[in-house]
Design a protein around this ligand. Structure first.
Ligand SMILES: C[S@@+](CC[C@H](N)C(=O)[O-])C[C@H]1O[C@@H](n2cnc3c(N)ncnc32)[C@H](O)[C@@H]1O
Length: 381
């Protein structure tokens, strides 16, 4: 069962988010503008752009929901102005460059949905040089957090599930960012802005910033909370800050420290973060400076939280000489048969005939061919 449609119901039922985007589009879009709605889903931001006066909108969506977006555009009488392009945005080409880009690929902590990379690519290939961006900047904010319930996800691995030693998994768990529903009660002190990513410019490969936060009340520090505030237009921002009354309905992140630390009012928590947008990776070094003892230091990185098999790592070395697996060869067969002449049915029969060891039935071959063809074929002449 697909839950995609219900996910979009949630996006569409977030009134603060939609109001913010509607206000920003009304402020930024000028009559006659060409707009790109990047990662459009149902095309809601593109339709808002039409309503704000756009002459044309290119709604770029890589998944099957592109079909529904087309139908919705027609149903709302934007069929002649909103063109749905079913493609990954980095592979999409458009017949003209756009004046405005709108997108909500901000994630929970500004990076996970690849906004930096996707907007940089769109600026280079799809937009006019002076195009206006919605959002144009994303600020990341951090705060010292107590969250015993989420911290149990790290401690779990020290509790010998079924009597076995699972301690090696603890390090992976402690180097993972967790989606969190934070509230003011989780914060041990005031939040602090960490850095602002200017989407109108190319970002460096690595962004490094630090913030110092003073503890306001005694408690147990379990980690760092993170969220964003995105500038949509000169007068509109959106945020998922747990402290904002008009926040959008989106969770924040919890970045744990390896061991819980008792802190008191006046202690200081320094966070140094390194973000690598292209790899969607971040590292967080945390130093807790306390009156009651020497500083406590932690070093964490989502790289250390990845489940990397050394055999897979070897395959990324520049000197590695790859060989196709039998399924790789079968994929090559499918691609070579997509010549604009053979039908899908011809290709299925041929693939099953050439690879009987992989596909016991015509149905097995059909499923395999469908997966390749939907991804790599087009109707273009
Ligand atoms: C968060 S959802 C939809 C958001 C939509 N703009 C809205 O405001 O409701 C993101 C959608 O973007 C699509 N998507 C993500 N990255 C994309 C990319 N680089 N190119 C095209 N589509 C993308 C996903 O398939 C998904 O349907």
């Amino acid at each position: 069962m697909s839950r995609v449609i219900d996910e979009h119901r949630l996006y569409l039922s977030d009134r603060n988010r939609l109001c913010a985007y509607e206000r920003a589009l009304a402020e930024v879009v000028r009559p006659g503008d060409v707009v790109v709605d990047l990662a459009s889903g149902t095309g809601i931001l593109g339709m808002l752009a039409c309503r704000a006066g756009a002459a044309r909108v290119y709604a770029i969506e890589m998944d099957g929901i592109a079909g529904l977006a087309r139908e919705l555009a027609r149903a709302n009488r934007f069929g002649d102005r909103l063109v749905v392009v079913k493609e990954h945005s980095t592979a999409a080409t458009l017949p003209e460059r756009a004046d405005v880009l709108v997108s909500d690929q901000i994630g929970r902590f500004g990076l996970e949905a690849s906004i930096v990379e996707l907007v940089a690519d769109a600026r280079a290939r799809l937009l006019k040089p002076d195009a206006r961006l919605i959002p144009c900047a994303v600020e990341l904010v951090v705060a010292p957090v107590r969250h015993p319930r989420l911290f149990r996800r790290i401690e779990f691995w020290s509790r010998r599930p079924a009597g076995f030693d699972y301690e090696p998994a603890r390090g992976i768990a402690a180097n993972t960012g967790y989606p969190a529903r934070l509230s003011a009660d989780h914060l041990l002190g005031p939040a602090s802005p960490l850095l602002t990513i200017d989407l109108t410019k190319d970002a460096p490969d690595t962004l490094t910033e630090q913030a110092s936060m003073t503890i306001a009340e005694t408690g147990c520090l379990h980690g760092i909370g993170g969220w964003f505030s995105a500038r949509l237009s000169p007068s509109v921002t959106v945020t998922n800050s747990p402290l904002a009354r008009d926040r959008i309905r989106r969770r924040q992140v919890f970045l744990p420290v390896d061991r819980a630390v008792t802190v008191s009012a006046g202690d200081v928590v320094d966070v140094r973060m390194q973000l690598r947008p292209a790899e969607l990776m971040y590292a967080w070094d945390v130093t807790v400076r306390r009156d009651s003892g020497p500083p406590v230091r932690f070093r964490h990185s989502t790289f250390a939280g990845m489940l990397l098999d050394p055999a897979d790592l070897r395959r990324t070395a520049p000197g590695y000489r790859p060989r196709l697996t039998p399924r790789g060869v079968a994929r090559l067969t499918v691609l070579s048969l997509c010549d604009g002449v053979r039908t899908l049915s011809d290709i299925e029969a041929e693939v099953q005939g050439r690879h009987p060891e992989l596909f016991a039935s015509r149905g097995d071959a059909a499923a395999f061919v469908a997966e390749v063809v939907t991804r790599y074929s087009s109707d273009a002449d």
